[in-house]
Design a protein around this ligand. Sequence first.
Ligand code: ADP
Length: 226
Amino acid sequence: MIRLKGVSKVFSNGLKALDTIELTIQKNEFVYLVGPSGAGKSTLLNLIFRADVPSTGDIIIDHFSLNNIRKSQVPYLRRSIGVVFQDFKLLPKRTVFENVAFALQFFNYSRARIRRQVTQVLELVGLEEKMRQLSSELSGGEQQRICIARAIVNNPPILLADEPTGNLDPDTSWDIMRLLSKINSRNTTVVVATHNEGIVNSIRKRVIALDNGKMIRDQELGVYTP
Ligand code: ADP
């Protein structure tokens, strides 16, 4: 469960990127976050995985109040949240396998366990046959699949995706969004910031719309523009 209680974010230049957001996302929901550029979507996602902190208000992730979380607990929080970005942030000179295994480096897992988890997740995203190739040799859609695999390899209960199809062609975008939907159906809460109107209107899910830092709509099985 993700709950935002009166969350505002004012940057040091005085810009109010989020304005008193009240929002609850239940476990295993799939939510689209929509709104024009600058609406506050990335800021909201950044606050949820604590890349940044709210100016006022609190965020509750399961039993963690992010206002009260101890510094030593932050890594545990981060491990419960997978994140996917528009730009892939992959290690180009490493293989697909290594890029995904990298996410497990702090866990002290045995090599056998790492091999098992990475192989399983690469099967899930359809890249098991390319795991020995360098990530830079793969297409944009495949690279985004690596990022998704990396984000979910340790089975986090929450997956956040910030414009995951922003750099992809329409067909590939559909494949990626279907993959996120499949991951959601395997008991993962998924929050996707997107401008992809066609997909939002077709793969119908809850839609939360932001504009100018304010939440202006929260619609079950919503559409991109009402
Ligand atoms: P979106 O993801 O919907 O495009 P963002 O959350 O990236 O919107 O940005 C919301 C607003 O906050 C924008 O006006 C943006 O310019 C501003 N903003 C984002 N990050 C910072 C920052 N670090 N410092 C100042 N302003 C920022």
